[in-house]
Design a protein around this ligand. Structure first.
Ligand code: ZN
Length: 352
């Protein structure tokens, strides 16, 4: 019988060596080969949860500055600071103020980082010929790693009991142990203030995708989901705004379902206005979509964490989500997206 402790150490080392070997030019995480959604929890791959392969805040900022210098269409704006004084960056591609505008928000919850990794790949792609012409007809804004203090584990409470190995722990909360995605009405925290005052109230935004991760054991039709999506469910959200959200979801569903690893469900979300998906839709008339991808990067509870062998397809899932929606808004096809799939998309269930 194998000693599970040894297995953990060995695999951890191998992955660390792999990411080192991939070097700095490539995004180490993105280069991990994509693997399909697993058949079962399989210990959720705990043996290979190591946070050292995830970008640090400093690495992310250095990359953003480099890309800003290289990409003429890109602008980098600091919209405020976290509790611990980290600059929060807004990445902007605004070619024409009259264009429809989409904002992508990642890592409100600091322990949900693969969304940020995918967003960084997308920002890189926007500077290449791959996305040629798209930026003429859509304004794209991104806030990667919104909750930077939580992402770096630089918080005013202990994370010693968190399960991931590596250089740091990542937590859902900001440094004051507040859940930022429950602060969209009171706006008490500096991060939420920055987002509302300096982005949502300032720019004319039509669409927003709020990117998250959930536990790894949600399923639809007996198969684990790669993620689940939901439109605003607050009674205060305007029907037209919700319809726009459903069209956004339709584009995402078509793009993800076409992938071998893609399997989506409908997320069970509440009606509270304090949640971004709801509060932002009703306060600003922005069509919002929540995307809850599979598995978290770290957590106090092992059952929420997913091993990094799934990183490849989850990062691609973010990239595909961003690319497909940007293209559909740019070419206008989002206007005729079929929303009827929402009537038959099953709610995800937790696998027992
Ligand atoms: Zn979340």
């Amino acid at each position: 019988m194998q000693n599970p402790e040894n297995t953990r150490i060995r695999r951890g080392k191998r992955v660390a060596a792999l990411s080192l070997a991939l070097g700095l030019g490539l995004s180490g995480v993105a280069a991990v080969p994509a693997i399909g959604v697993g058949n079962g929890p399989n210990d959720n791959g705990h043996e290979s949860v190591n946070t050292s392969i995830l970008r640090t805040y400093d690495q992310l900022v250095a990359e953003l500055k480099k890309l800003d210098a290289k990409q003429s269409a890109m602008e980098l704006e600091v919209i405020g600071q976290t509790v611990k004084g980290r600059d929060i960056h807004l990445v902007k591609y605004i070619s024409n103020p009259d264009n429809p505008t989409i904002l992508y928000l990642t890592q409100q919850h600091g322990n949900e980082q693969l969304t940020t990794e995918g967003a960084m790949d997308f920002i890189k792609a926007l500077g290449t010929g791959k996305m040629k012409g798209v930026l003429d007809n859509v304004n794209i804004m991104l806030i990667p790693m919104f909750n930077a203090d939580g992402a770096m584990g630089d918080v005013n409470f202990s994370l010693d009991h968190y399960v991931a190995k590596g250089d740091r722990h990542l937590t859902r909360y900001n440094a004051n142990e507040v859940d930022l995605n429950r602060d969209h009405v009171a706006k008490v925290e500096p991060e939420t203030k920055a987002l509302h005052n300096n982005v949502l109230a300032k720019y004319d935004i039509d669409y927003l995708i709020d990117l998250h991760h959930q536990g790894p054991n949600s399923e639809v039709d007996g198969k684990l989901v790669s993620g689940s999506i939901l439109y605003p469910t607050s009674p205060n959200a305007d029907a037209e705004v919700v319809e726009g959200s459903k069209r956004l979801g339709s584009v995402v569903n078509d793009a993800i379902s076409a992938k071998g690893w893609g399997h989506l469900g409908k997320y069970n979300g509440g009606t509270a206005e304090t949640i971004g998906r709801n509060g932002i839709a009703s306060q600003y008339g922005i069509s919002t979509l929540l995307f809850e991808m599979r598995g978290m990067s770290d957590h106090a509870n092992r059952n929420y964490v997913l091993g990094q062998k799934s990183n490849g397809y989850l990062i691609k899932q973010t990239f595909t989500t961003l690319e497909s929606t940007a293209r559909a808004i740019a070419d206008g096809s989002i206007e005729t997206a079929d929303t009827s799939f929402w009537d038959t998309l099953p709610y995800q269930q937790t696998r027992r």
